[in-house]
Design a protein around this ligand. Structure first.
Ligand code: TXA
Ligand code: MG
Length: 331
């Protein structure tokens, strides 16, 4: 399959280019597109055969559900049941934006999208290109991050093509994504609403809207273990280092054994010598999140064997960054 590379202006995409991609969606093909978090790859979410192509392109196991990407709350609510007043407060505050809501699915949603679960993840991306695409396609788009299964998410069309060239029908290329880290996934099926995956909307921001109604991830919850089935993992062995531990010394010791070593540190501090890759994060967790997957891919291209990564302070966006680093470290 030849993958069409369709360049568009992120703020004012050419409707003719959008229509080329939308027509592919309507024909049951797979298209990658930018969102405000990472690139997604999706297909007509109401057509089971089309949805199957998304799993095939990514090599994604069929038991790992996709998210329904929508262009309005109206479209989202046509797919689910039992929406409470509290949920509407979240939608008003955070949509469009990086908050995915897991709600009870109705029978319009093909079981393949939800991997047989009674619930479906609803996501309205805050990106003009994604919204225009979904609108022009005229259907909700069942999508997932645009990477090969088990690889880091893609924050540019270059990453998408590296993983999926020849495996998808097209990619809308609008440059780099904003947040760089995926949406927050919130289970709204019963109170308190549970964060299944920390992401670009922090727990603190959710609690501003619904004080006392937001619970952190329940370790061991069934949904959570499903999330853990496909984690983000570069080739390098990732070693999380807590602030206060001597990262420079740990890295130096590995380098002295002849290993190819990379380090990622937060702010001003002692740097190890003799290592093969040094990344310094000066802009806090926002910058760390934005650069995280690029750093994983860079480490791979430099053939790094051990990547020592400082864990940022675990508040706000730092919770999501820390989560992705710990996931990457799991073997
Ligand atoms: O920011 C994002 O959320 C990006 C952009 C492209 O929208 N999408 C994304 O999709 O990260 P994906 O498939 O890589 O991650 C979605 C996660 C998966 O781990 C999946 O298991 C989980 O959401 N998920 C999907 N439906 C679910 C459900 N009904 N209950 C629990 N978890 C669900
Ligand atoms: Mg993913």
């Amino acid at each position: 399959m030849q993958t069409l590379h369709l360049k568009v202006d992120p703020d004012n995409p050419n409707p003719k280019i959008i229509e080329i991609a939308a027509a592919l969606i309507r024909e049951g093909e797979t298209v990658a597109f930018p969102t405000e978090t990472v690139y997604g790859v999706g297909a007509n979410g109401l057509d089971e055969k089309a949805v199957r192509n998304v799993f095939k392109a990514k090599g994604r196991p069929l038991n790992n559900p996709l998210l329904m990407h929508v262009m309005s709350w109206e479209q989202a609510s046509s797919l689910v049941t039992d929406i409470s007043e509290e949920v509407l407060l979240l939608v008003n505050r955070f949509w469009p934006g990086p908050l995915t809501l897991v709600a009870r699915a109705n029978d319009k949603v093909p079981p393949l999208v939800t991997a047989g679960l009674p619930t479906v993840g609803l996501r309205m991306p805050d990106h003009r290109v994604a919204l225009d695409l979904i609108k022009a396609a005229g259907v909700p788009v069942a999508a997932t991050s645009a990477n090969l299964s088990g690889r880091p998410s893609s924050t540019s069309a270059r990453h998408v093509l590296k993983d999926l060239n020849g495996r998808i029908a097209g990619v809308l290329d609008a440059g780099s994504t904003g947040w760089g880290i995926e949406s927050t996934i919130l289970d709204i099926t019963r109170p308190p609403f549970t964060i299944l995956r920390p992401g670009a909307v922090s727990r603190e921001r959710l609690e501003e809207v619904l004080p006392g109604l937001i619970a952190a991830t329940k370790p061991g919850a069934e949904e959570r273990s499903r999330l853990r089935a496909a984690h983000y993992r570069p080739d390098a062995r990732v070693i999380p280092v807590k602030p206060g531990e001597n990262l420079a010394q740990l890295a130096q010791a590995e380098a002295a054994r002849g290993k190819r070593v990379g380090v990622v540190v937060v702010g001003d501090q002692e740097l190890p010598t003799l290592v093969d890759l040094v990344v310094v994060i000066n802009g806090g967790s926002a910058e760390y999140g934005r650069r995280l997957y690029e750093i994983f891919r860079l480490a791979d291209s430099r053939k790094i064997e051990y990547l020592f990564m400082e864990i940022p302070e675990e508040t706000g966006l730092g919770v999501a960054v820390a989560d992705r680093i710990y996931e990457a470290a799991r073997r």
